[in-house]
Design a protein around this ligand. Structure first.
Ligand code: IFM
Length: 440
């Protein structure tokens, strides 16, 4: 595997998934606090109340990052920890935490990549309609300003949103994530305001941090149909429109994909579709999160009239996701060709497996090692084929709160014993450590 000399090797986390200390030190309630405390929403009734206790153990965690040899660390800030009501009065203890974290990361020689929104919307704003409310665009831009004012002198890599698809559709159409709605119209309004919020925040960041590099992270899928039947091919194309092009087209071209607009018809009622041109602000990089391939054929019900089918031959992760590294290669090359982002980072890639308990100071996770190896190789091929890929963030640094799956799914390269909060390197962490050292 050959990577460019200055390729960045990193790992990623997100605030609600690791920090814990919800409602402590002035932090306001977030939608995931409310959702996870609602019976039946998360497996085992798990919540992010304690998670990895990173809020108190961040120093130890940064030491582990340093030991791994990480060159970059992607994390997110919790909006309600900084602005408990979402707007207005700042919580100084919240800002202080992120200041200390950033200093610690820099001190370790690691480049911080800060994501402003990784799903923990202040509940106070959800009570006003959340992302369905057009005011959310301004709320987000103001929050961005608070963060750049405080950290912009040291943080130079900024990501506005993580996975707006999941925020809009898993949270508001499928109801599996906070705020738990099942309403297609609401979901498309949410997606629209997220795109406008991204467009509004980028100039705010640039204005306050002239040397900032700013991007957005999209979870892009690799969609195919196993059949050559025209209707099935169209079904896969619709899924691509739903998940990929609904965000790629606005961010790069300032328009919604015409085929999807025609398909969705009335569902989009009330949205000023032209306004999405405001999402097409120049960005310095595109973050791509890739995990799996999805196969679709024509179906007879649902908004998109598609039906997912399984590829029986390939192994799956504990999430039930097909392991398909070539989808990453293909996606990177396609996005480079069709949208020409100046730089791409894989801002998340990794896998959940049912790991054994630590034994003799290590966790044996050969399937995660193989998963990473194969996806790194696919990324190297994509670079050879012209993708401007300049860095890779493994998801995740630590086992953590996997949203509706709670602590039942482990994505970390570092194992967390939740009873003792003890951290143990998995074999995959050792593999990654050696790879980074060798690449250096
Ligand atoms: O844990 C999540 C992360 O928060 C967003 N991307 C996908 C990961 C695995 O499901």
């Amino acid at each position: 595997m050959i990577f460019p000399k200055d390729f960045l090797w990193g790992a990623a986390t997100a605030s609600y998934q690791i920090e814990g200390s919800d409602l402590k030190d002035g932090r306001g309630e977030c939608i995931w606090y409310r959702f996870s405390h609602t019976p039946g929403m998360v497996v085992n009734g798990d919540t992010g109340d304690v998670a990895c206790d990173h809020y108190h153990r961040y120093r130890e965690d940064v030491t582990l990052m340093k030991e791994l040899g990480l060159q970059a660390y992607r994390f997110s800030t919790s909006w309600p920890r900084v602005l408990p009501e979402g707007t207005g009065k700042v919580n100084p203890q919240g800002l202080d935490f992120y200041n200390r974290l950033v200093d610690e990361v820099l001190e370790a020689g690691i480049r911080p990549f800060l994501t402003l929104y990784h799903w923990d919307l202040p509940q106070a704003l959800q009570d006003k309609g959340g992302w369905e409310n057009p005011d959310s665009v301004k709320w987000f831009a103001d929050y961005a300003q608070t963060m750049v004012d405080s950290l912009g002198d040291r943080v130079k890599d900024w990501i506005t949103l993580n996975e707006p698809f999941v925020v809009a559709f898993v949270g508001n159409l499928f109801g599996a994530h906070a705020p738990g709605k099942r309403d297609a119209r609401a979901a498309y309004h949410v997606a629209h305001h997220l795109l406008l919020a991204h467009g509004a925040a980028v100039p705010v960041i640039r204005q306050h941090v002239p040397d900032a590099r700013v991007g957005i992270t999209l979870d892009l899928g690799y969609f195919e149909s196993p059949s050559t039947n025209e209707a099935d091919q169209q079904a896969a194309r619709r899924e691509d429109g739903f998940k990929n092009r609904w965000f790629l087209e606005p961010v790069f071209n300032g328009v919604y994909p015409a085929d999807m607009v025609a398909w969705l018809g009335d569902t989009l009622q009330g949205i000023d579709l032209d306004a999405v041109k405001a999402a097409a602000v120049p960005i310095d990089f595109l973050g791509i999160n890739y995990y799996t391939r999805n196969l679709f054929v024509e179906g007879d019900s649902g908004l998109l009239r598609t039906r997912q089918v399984m590829a029986e031959s390939n192994p799956r992760t504990a999430m039930g996701w097909e392991i398909y590294p070539d989808g990453l290669r293909s996606l990177l090359v396609r996005v480079a060709k069709e949208y020409a982002p100046p730089v791409i980072y894989v801002t998340e890639n990794g896998a959940a497996f049912d790991d054994p308990a630590p034994a003799n100071g290590v966790v044996d996770d050969p399937r995660r090692v193989a998963y990473l190896q194969d996806h790194f190789a696919a990324a190297a091929q994509a670079i050879e084929q012209g993708a401007p890929l300049q860095g890779y963030f493994v998801w995740s640094l630590l086992d953590n709160f996997e949203w509706a799956e709670g602590y039942n799914r482990r994505f970390g390269i570092i194992h967390i014993d939740y009873a003792t909060q003890r951290r143990t390197f998995k074999q995959s962490a050792r593999y990654y450590q050696q790879l980074i050292a060798a690449q250096k």
